[in-house]
Design a protein around this ligand. Structure first.
Ligand SMILES: N[C@@H](CCC(=O)N[C@@H](CS)C(=O)NCC(=O)O)C(=O)O
Length: 207
């Protein structure tokens, strides 16, 4: 039996969501890593060998099954560790948590797409209207969390992990988005959550 292997670096918020989950369920030290470079215009041969999608994260299980995407990996880590709190079984709680996780994922998606548009797409080909739309989208997402999700943010779940990691990604890559302005509750959540050992163990470092 080989160990589980996670493809992807923590600079990907989706990879980091999986790693934070692994730490929270006690599997943080059980996962090998492949952090070879992935970018949207080049085929990464190692990644292509385990996933036709060619995106990170991919988790190759100890039975040699490749799992993707991050949502599936997170559910798998909860399943194999027997954790019932990050994604609760109870129907009402479960779908609330999964929806909050989708909100965190959507912030991360917009952030990564923006990053590709501004840092990878050649100058002159950038699409201003599309970028404006991404900014409006994330602003609505931040406002919604500030208004409607604060109680949910008090618990450690797949939802709060996704939101905390997505906000850290924005801080790291797109600080101009200034999500803290007029959102004190979101800021307090992020400050407290960032102190968790799972977040500290996966903290982003400037190159
Ligand atoms: N929905 C996917 C998104 C994964 C994703 O977009 N990964 C990016 C890195 S953050 C990637 O691998 N990009 C490479 C590419 O677009 O070719 C998930 O949750 O895992």
């Amino acid at each position: 039996m080989t160990a589980m292997k996670l493809h992807g670096d923590t600079l990907s918020p989706f990879v980091r969501m999986c790693l934070v989950t692994a730490h929270e369920v006690g599997l943080g030290t059980k996962i090998q890593r492949d952090i070879s470079r992935v970018d949207p215009t080049t085929v990464n041969a190692g990644l292509a060998a385990v996933s036709p999608v060619g995106k990170v994260p991919v988790l190759v299980t100890d039975h040699n099954h490749p799992l993707y995407d991050s949502r599936v990996i997170i559910e798998y880590l909860c399943h194999v560790s027997g954790n019932k709190t990050l994604i609760p079984d109870d129907g009402v709680k479960r779908f609330r948590v999964l929806t909050l996780a989708a909100l965190g994922q959507a912030i991360a998606e917009a952030g990564v797409a923006w990053r590709y548009e501004t840092a990878v797409r050649p100058q002159g080909l950038q699409w201003r209207e599309w970028m404006d739309r991404q900014r409006l989208r994330v602003a609505a997402e931040f406002d919604d969390i500030e208004k409607n999700w604060i109680k949910d943010l008090a618990e450690v779940t797949a939802g709060t992990i996704a939101v905390a990691v997505a906000l850290s990604y924005i801080d790291f890559r797109i600080p101009d988005w200034q999500w803290r302005t007029d959102r004190p509750k979101l800021q307090a959540f992020h400050d407290a959550f960032s102190d968790r050992p799972s977040m500290q163990a996966t903290a982003l470092k400037a190159a």
